[in-house]
Every structure is written in structure tokens, then in C-alpha cells.
Design a protein around this ligand. Structure first.
Ligand code: PHE
Length: 334
């Protein structure tokens, strides 16, 4: 009876422990084997009394060993001893950053009209950020964009605009060029609710034979109506950039007829969204493109400006604080 209890109490163990148990009970010198040896010496009456329970004990022990062994093998098959019926760890899904949401939508709109995407470095030399773009050395136009220089070397800076990528595309390809360059830019400006020392632009460049200002305006109108809704109006105000002539800034207007007005609960009116113009012939010349044969337009869209407006975010700094409570709100945004 004691041995039977020992057999019954033996619980789930490793394969090695089960084997040790089998030897302890049923091996040549095992406890149950010893009982059988005693049994053989017994008289007929005692044999009749102990035969049945002894056999039951042996069978029970053998069955137990088999049972536990197959349970242990099953665990090995499953690769771990862990409780596989536990619910899995919950992996929370991330959300796209509002700046990326807006950037991606801009890119997809221009892709539909044949623009490809190009990229350039964030640390840029003077030639690509300024000189090739018709900013003469010592020219006050350089002060339009407060620049972060690298290690006191005036030849290297954090790019102040994505127009530097225009230059890289022009030096590496021939017209027709239709490219979009999204990226981060840096300016040594005081940080406030409306401006930051880095932000994002999407640059556009189109160069071919006979490209006119009408093409620029129609392309930008198409973009504005795709992005802000079909009723959106645009306004071009004269401006100045060294690399475009003429230059303009574009505002968009949403009235109540605007289908996306529900996103914009306050601040109706004009919103400045980009700078643009016809590529200055000097810039074409600087990059080996014949200005007699080719003309083109360029634009630079400010991504944060649009994102703040679209999502009604009151302070640009919120975009870069990596506060999950803020970022998670964009899970549902398209
Ligand atoms: N690079 C200009 C800026 O950062 C924007 C721009 C791009 C203007 C292309 C004209 C053409 O302000």
C-alpha cells in the first residue's frame, strides 16, 4: 500500500527523473521487483493473497511511467515548459507620426502626376545648399535662412532647405526631370509654438522644354485641391528666392464649401503652405542644364505648417516631444 501511494503521488517530472523512478521501482533491484522476489518464496496461501495486488501495483507503476514519459515528450515537442494556454502578450500597435501622414499624402498626390522621389544628405556643403542655388557668397539672401554650421567650418552646414536636393538631382540627371524630395531641414531659430529649429519640407522640381508659370500654377492648384478638398482656392503672392525668378508664396483658402472643413474647426482664411517659382536660369546653368532649351519650376512645401492645421495641433513643439499620449491619437487618422 505504501508503494502504491508512492507511485500515485509521483508527479510530472523531467524525462531523466521519470527514468530514475522507473529504475527505483521496476529495475532489477527496484522496490517492486524486490516484492516479486519475496513473492516467489511465499507459500500457496500467501501467493493467493498477494498475487493480485502485487500485479496491480506493477501495472500501475508501469502505466504511470509511460504516462509521464509521453507527457514529458509532448512538452519537449512544444519547445518549452511554459503554459501555452496563457493569453499572449499584448503588443500595442504604433501609429504614424502626423508629420509622416502629411508627407506621405503629399508624395502620393505628386506621384499620381509622374513625380518620382529623391533624397539628399542632411549635412550639406555650401555649394548644394547655397552657391549652386544662386546665393552669391556674402549675399544677404544667405541670412534669410539662419544656418547651423558644422564644427565652425563655413563650408559645411545642416541643410536649411530641401532645395539642396534639386541641385543633386540636376547634377545627376538630364531633363525631363520631375522629382519630389521630402526631408528634414534645420534653421537656427528661436523655438516657439509656431517655429522650431528643425522641420520638414517637400521639395518639387520640374524641368523640361517649354515649362511655364501656368504649368506651375496648375500643378499647385491640383495639389491643393487633392489635399485640402476640391473647392480649395489658392493665392500666389509675389516673393523672393535667389533660385527662382519670378518667385511666389502660395496660400490656400478653405470656405464652408470645403469638404474637409470638419477637420478645421477654427482659423478659416488663408494659410501659407509653400514657396515656389520658375527655376532661375543661373541655377540651370550652374548645374549644366541649357537655360535656352529648358525651363522649369520648383516649390518647397512646409509639412509642419500643414500638419498643425490639418490636425488642429496648437503648438509645433508637441510634434517632437515623443509623448505617446499625443502620438497615439493619430492611430485612427487615415
Ligand atoms: N527653399 C525655399 C524655402 O525653404 C522654398 C522654395 C523651394 C521656394 C523651391 C521656391 C522654390 O523657403
Amino acid at each position: 500500500d505504501l508503494l502504491l501511494r508512492e507511485v500515485e503521488d509521483f508527479g510530472s517530472k523531467t524525462a531523466a527523473e521519470i527514468e530514475a523512478f522507473r529504475i527505483e521501482m521496476l529495475g532489477k533491484k527496484g522496490k517492486i521487483t524486490a516484492l516479486f522476489n519475496d513473492f516467489r518464496e511465499m507459500s500457496g496461501d500467501l501467493k493467493r493473497e498477494f498475487g493480485k495486488p502485487l500485479n496491480e501495483l506493477k501495472n500501475r507503476a508501469a502505466a504511470k511511467v509511460n504516462e509521464l514519459k509521453s507527457a514529458a515528450e509532448e512538452q519537449i515537442d512544444l519547445g518549452s515548459g511554459e503554459d501555452l494556454s496563457r493569453p499572449a502578450n499584448f503588443q500595442s500597435l504604433g501609429s504614424r507620426h502626423p508629420v509622416n501622414l502629411v508627407k506621405n499624402e503629399i508624395v502620393s498626390i505628386f506621384r499620381r502626376i509622374g513625380f518620382n522621389v529623391s533624397a539628399g544628405p542632411e549635412i550639406e556643403d555650401d555649394w548644394h545648399n547655397f552657391t549652386a542655388l544662386n546665393f552669391p557668397e556674402e549675399h544677404p539672401a544667405r541670412d534669410m535662412q539662419d544656418t547651423f554650421f558644422v564644427a565652425r567650418d563655413p563650408d559645411w552646414a545642416l541643410r536649411t532647405h530641401t532645395s539642396s536636393v534639386q541641385v543633386r538631382v540636376m547634377e545627376n540627371s538630364k531633363p525631363p526631370i520631375r522629382t519630389l524630395s521630402p526631408g528634414r531641414v534645420f534653421r537656427n531659430e528661436a523655438i516657439s509654438a509656431r517655429s522650431h529649429c528643425f522641420f520638414h519640407q517637400v521639395e518639387g522640381l520640374y524641368i523640361d522644354e517649354g515649362v511655364s508659370f501656368a504649368d506651375l500654377k496648375q500643378t499647385l492648384l491640383f495639389f491643393a485641391q487633392e489635399f485640402f478638398g476640391p473647392e480649395t482656392k489658392i493665392r500666389l503672392r509675389p516673393s523672393y528666392f535667389p533660385f527662382t525668378e519670378p518667385s511666389a508664396e502660395m496660400d490656400v483658402y478653405w470656405g464652408l464649401e470645403n469638404e474637409r472643413d470638419y477637420r478645421m474647426t477654427k482659423g478659416t482664411g488663408w494659410l501659407e503652405v509653400l514657396g515656389c517659382g520658375m527655376v532661375d536660369p543661373n541655377v540651370l546653368k550652374n548645374n549644366g542644364i541649357d537655360p535656352e532649351k529648358y525651363s522649369g519650376f520648383a516649390f518647397g512645401i512646409g509639412v509642419e505648417r500643414i500638419a498643425l492645421h490639418r490636425f488642429q495641433i496648437p503648438d509645433i513643439r508637441m510634434l517632437f516631444e515623443n509623448d505617446l499620449k499625443f502620438l497615439e491619437q493619430f492611430k485612427a487618422a487615415y
